[in-house]
Every structure is written in C-alpha cells, then in structure tokens.
Design a protein around this ligand. Structure first.
Ligand SMILES: Cc1ncc(COP(=O)(O)O)c(C=O)c1O
Length: 390
C-alpha cells in the first residue's frame, strides 16, 4: 500500500462522503430515499444563462485555456452587481477575482495566507471546508461556539479569550450553513474591530447572501468601511442562480489578500471555461428576476416543510435564510443516531448536526433542495414514525 501524506490522516472524514456511503448502501437495499442530506440546489438556472452557455460553446475561440483572473468584462459586471446590491464600490482590477466555485477559493486561501503552526478561528458548527483547509495548510483549528442562545453569532468575549499571537485568520458565514442565522451590520462591525485589533484576516463566506426570506435583506461585510483593511468575502453563483455544477464564484475585498491568492491560483489552476464566464456575465447582468424566482421556490418549500413538521409537534424554528432547516433532534437520541433512525425508519437522508462540529450535536440539518411533492412525502413518512417530540 502506498502511504499518503500524513496530513491526509489528519483530515476529519468529509461529512457528505459518509452520507453518500450510507445512501449507496440503502439504495442497494432498494429503499426509495428522499435525499435531504446535501445542499445541492435542484431549481433550474435562468434560461438566458443556459442559452448564453450554448451559444458560447459553439464559438471557435471558446476552447482555449482562459486567464486565471477571468475576463475583464466578468470582473466589471460582478463589480456592478455588487454596487447595485450592496452599495459598495470595488476596483474590478484588484478587489475582485473569479473563482472555480467559492469552495475553490476557500480551499486555496489557506495556502496564500497560512503557515504551519498558525491558528485559524472557525465557527462551530460550520461548513467543514474551513477545518479541512486549516489542516491541509498544517495550521491549528480553534473553534468558537455558535449557539441558539447567542443567535448563532460569534461572542466577541469568547474570541478575545481564544485569540493568541499565532492567530492569523478567522471565518464567518452569514447567512449561515448549517444554522440558517443571519448577521447584522453591527455584528460585522464588532468582528471587524476585533480583527483589526489583533491583526487577524476575516474571511466572510457569503455564499447564501441571496437566499433570504420574508422580504428581508442581508448585507455584505464590506459595507463596513474598515472591513476592506482586514477582510475578504466569498460569493457564489451556485446558490444565487442555482448553478452549482457550473463552478463559478468570486472573492472580493482586500486587494493584497486577493493578490496573494491570485499568485497561488496562477500556479495551480488555468481559469474558468470561457463559455461559463460568458454565461455568468449574462446571469449577473440580466437575471435578477431569476434570483427572486429561486428565492420564492425555497421560501414556499420552507413554509410547507417547516409548517408540516410543526403540525406534527416538532418544534422547528422557521429559517429566515438558506435552503436548510436546522432542527433540534427530538427525544434523547444523538444527531447521528437520529439521522440513522430517519434513514432506516423513513428512507430520509439528513445531515447529522455533529458533522458540522461538536456544537452541532443535538441538531439535524435537512435541505429544501427537493421538490414540494417529495417534501410532502417526507412529512407523511415522518408522521408514520410516531416520534415523541417532548
Ligand atoms: C457555506 C458554504 N460556502 C461555500 C459553499 C461552496 O459553494 P460553491 O463552491 O458551489 O460556490 C457551500 C456549498 O454548499 C456552502 O454551503
């Protein structure tokens, strides 16, 4: 057996890979699974975007390597989208960089800014890639607690207690996967002040910025003037325009941070397929109505599913954002046991809260990336389980 690098052994098992394995086993047993496990948007992307892709694939010049920094028009159009959406001006040459999906940038930024032995502050529960990137860079994850009591927001007192001179970076993610919480401008302001005081880079993952319900609005961290001194923000077309498989996102903010990430990228990747870049230009320029259509689909599903769970007696808070339901586990089971119970008892795949960090214990995450009829079927199956909710 050829041994992999030691850092591979240090990686926690990737949550969704574990769920995939469980799914494959159940599939072999012939169970009709309802997959509420992964957040893979199923709503169709804008028609104009699909048309732009097809048209550009046919063009002769489309099949070359593209530049790692993306088409100038793409960066300009994203800058315009950002100004319109958040009233924040960005320099398209130095403060915007397209990514091969936001996850690519989230993974690579550790290599541009983190040295072995550095410490990274990570929300618990949180998106598992922040921990994976930290470990792959030989750094030390230090977790801060998100809990229902503090609105799943960072407690600055706790951050002050765990920060050290080795702390180099911290992660935020609002609207939050998995907790569905949103942050206000004051929340961002407090974190930016903490980061400036301690010389810490703030990476804000805003992948779900457009999946917000009840007419609410979520802001950008960059609306805080000083944020640009210490911070960057990640955006994703995967959620905003339901284009997860297309692999396109953006990093915006501090020009030095983006410049260093760009150096890593020039060495490791060769840009985004040109027709995908042209399609993204169309999405950002012309498809605001589709963002609304997509948001409405998830809001309708949220009302149906959470309303149904509540009527069964499961006291699940109504999520104000994202396409997840972050539900307290009923009874005494832990989140993994309960996930297995849902799978074996109802053929429903969910994500155990503990997979997002130890503070996720006691919760289960269910995705709304499944059509309404399947969510109704899931409700019927849960009803038949006769769970005890108190
Ligand atoms: C919090 C969060 N950030 C980033 C991503 C990555 O999105 P993408 O790489 O498709 O832009 C995801 C995907 O599920 C996510 O949940």
């Amino acid at each position: 057996m050829i041994a992999p690098a030691k850092r591979i052994h240090e990686l926690p098992p990737y949550l969704f890979a574990r769920i995939d394995k469980i799914k494959q086993d159940a599939f072999r047993e012939g169970i009709d699974l309802i997959d509420l496990g992964v957040g893979d948007p199923d709503v169709s992307p804008p028609k104009a975007v699909v048309d732009a892709l097809i048209q550009n694939v046919r063009g002769n010049g489309s099949h070359h390597y593209s530049s790692y920094e993306g088409l100038p028009e793409l960066r300009t159009v994203f800058t315009e989208w950002f100004r319109k959406r958040f009233n924040v001006k960005l320099n398209p040459h130095s403060e915007v960089l397209p990514l091969i999906g936001s996850k690519e940038g989230i993974g690579h930024i550790f290599f541009s800014h983190i040295d072995p032995g550095d410490e990274v502050l990570i929300p618990d529960p949180g998106y598992p890639v922040y921990t994976a990137g930290t470990i792959l860079a030989g750094a030390v994850p230090k977790y801060f607690r998100l809990s229902r009591e503090n609105g799943f927001l960072p407690d600055i007192g706790e951050l002050e207690a765990i920060v050290t001179p080795r702390t180099k970076m911290m992660w935020l993610n609002y609207p939050s996967n998995p907790t569905t919480a949103m942050a206000t401008a004051d929340d961002f302001k407090a974190v930016v002040a903490f980061a400036r005081e301690h010389g810490v880079i703030v990476c804000h993952d805003a992948a779900y910025s457009e999946i917000v319900f009840d007419g609410a609005r979520t802001g950008s961290m960059l609306e805080i003037t000083e944020a640009r001194e210490v911070g960057v923000e990640f955006h994703s077309l995967s959620k905003t325009f339901c284009m997860p498989g297309w692999r396109i996102g953006f990093i915006v903010g501090n020009a030095d941070i983006i410049g260093a990430l760009a150096r890593v990228k020039t060495n490791l990747d060769s840009g985004i397929f040109l027709p995908v870049q042209h399609a993204a230009i169309t999405a950002l320029k012309c498809c605001e109505d589709d963002t609304k259509r997509i948001r409405d689909v998830f809001e309708t599903r949220r009302n149906l599913f959470v309303g149904g769970l509540k009527s069964l007696g499961w006291n699940v808070p109504l999520p104000s954002s994202t396409f997840y339901v972050w539900a307290p586990v009923p009874g005494n089971a832990d989140s993994m046991e309960f996930t297995m119970l849902l799978l074996k008892g109802a053929g429903i795949v969910a994500a155990p809260g503990v997979g997002f960090g130890s503070n996720g214990e006691g919760y289960v995450r269910m995705s709304l990336t499944t059509p309404e009829a399947r969510l109704e079927e899931a409700l019927l199956r849960i009803k038949k389980m006769n769970l005890k909710f108190s």
